[in-house]
Design a protein around this ligand. Structure first.
Ligand code: SAM
Ligand code: SF4
Length: 394
């Protein structure tokens, strides 16, 4: 049986297909960020656009695309003409109008001309990385924008009338107490975005903040982090934003469909350096280097690293681990139907253990984390992985 057949969903239902495009350009490198990015040059952008066209031609596009996500890097940094070119290259492969098309922007480069180009190509959702509204905290993150730029950018995005607007915020920042975090949350709420992503700062290896952590110049405090998670959840719920994942909140009808489909382990095609793909029975990430990626696609080859075959057990495991991070939980019966050969009796045992420990609830065949479980979502994931030790981790 081919890997493609093993991934096929049961019955006539067709899985939604996503496209992720990694645009690897940033004006500067933030002190916390480990995403692959490089400084934009006119020549670099031209070569990147040509590379995306080359890579798109190497991909088998099996069916119309449901959702598009341009992430980075900072896709919103591209000049309007380049946005239109990239829109043309990607748009020509979609097989119709996607239900959602997200583009990430940073406040300093949100202009009316860029927004007009994004509207023109069919973008429906803007995700803007504000991170904080407080000048000292923005400084501590090495961000290039000011609080005034966030407000100006947001106003421009709203005037351009996209169907959905997200704001990214970060918390547990060095020097940020609970009061300061609440102040940031309230400033974001006052803007009334459709969606909020709130990320707890992760000290990623080889970032400036990681160096500070390893020198003891900043400290980790997991209890403080847990308190800030709880503050976030209570405050956003009271303001009408439903939590649908550990870090994501939306007003009704504004959850990010692309991310939901990814967490449900559906298929997506990744284009660009460092972009991951999960398609046609394989998962892998493109090489995180613009020149190597370009050289590969120019000779008709996608330079993919960490390529793994998508076995039913691997997909079931990941659908569970990512699934329990969502407030809706995981419908174990539906997952069992989708991946019948996964080790379901052992999953059942681990789920019972989580329920006994007060970290999850099992009802009607659905496994949902309690608030305490959501705070410990990473270790819950590790527990669930134990069920797959023979099939996936042998
Ligand atoms: C690909 S990034 C950025 C989009 C855009 N380049 C920007 O910075 O505005 C997506 C989001 O991930 C979050 N993020 C990135 N690195 C992080 C880290 N180390 N810890 C927590 N959140 C992080 C930030 O909130 C960021 O806005
Ligand atoms: S956070 Fe955004 S702007 Fe900053 S380096 Fe990362 S991708 Fe670039």
């Amino acid at each position: 049986m081919s890997e493609i057949t093993s991934m096929a969903p049961p019955g006539p239902h067709v899985e939604p297909l996503g496209v992720y495009v990694h645009v690897p350009f940033c004006a500067s490198t933030c002190d916390f960020c480990a995403f692959y990015q490089t400084a934009p040059t006119a020549d670099g952008v031209d070569r990147f656009l040509k590379g995306i066209a080359d890579e798109a031609a190497l991909v088998v596009w099996p069916r119309p695309v449901a959702t598009v996500f341009w992430g980075g890097g900072t896709p919103g940094l591209l000049a309007p003409g380049d946005i239109r070119k990239l829109g043309g290259i990607v748009g020509g492969r979609l097989g119709g109008k996607p239900v959602e098309w997200t583009v990430e922007m940073a406040p300093a480069s949100v202009t009316a001309a860029r927004l007009e180009a994004l509207k023109e190509i069919g973008v429906t959702r803007i995700s803007m990385g504000a991170q904080s509204f407080q000048p000292a905290l923005l400084d501590g993150l090495g961000r290039q924008h000011t609080r005034e730029q966030i407000f100006r950018a947001y106003e421009r995005i709203r005037s351009a009338d996209f169907a959905s607007v997200n704001i990214d915020l970060m918390f547990a920042l060095p020097g940020q107490d609970e009061k300061a975090w609440l102040a940031d949350l309230n400033e974001a709420l006052a803007l009334a975005p459709d969606h909020l992503s709130t990320y707890c700062l992760t000290f990623e290896e080889d970032t400036k903040l990681w160096v500070k952590l390893s020198k003891g110049q900043v400290k980790l405090d997991v209890e403080h982090e847990a308190r800030l998670y709880e503050t976030t959840w209570a405050s956003l719920e009271a303001s009408g934003y439903a939590q649908y994942e550990v870090s994501n909140f939306a007003r009704p009808g504004h959850a990010c469909l692309h991310n939901l489909n990814t967490w449900r382990m559906h298929e997506w095609i990744g284009l660009g350096p460092s972009a991951a793909s999960q398609q046609a029975g394989l998962r892998g990430g493109n090489v995180a280097d613009l020149d190597q990626w370009l050289a590969g696609v120019a000779r008709g080859e996608r330079v993919t690293e960490d390529r793994v075959a998508l076995t039913p057990a691997l997909l079931a495991e990941d659908a569970l681990i990512f699934g329990v991070r969502m407030n809706a939980g995981v419908d174990l019966m539906a997952l069992r139907k989708r991946f019948p050969s996964a080790p379901w009796p052992r999953v059942g045992d681990e789920a019972e253990r989580l329920a006994e420990a007060g970290l999850a609830e099992l009802s009607g065949g659905c496994l949902r984390l309690t608030s305490r479980g959501r705070l410990l979502a990473d270790s819950v994931g590790t527990t669930l992985m134990d069920a797959f030790s023979e099939e996936v981790h042998a």
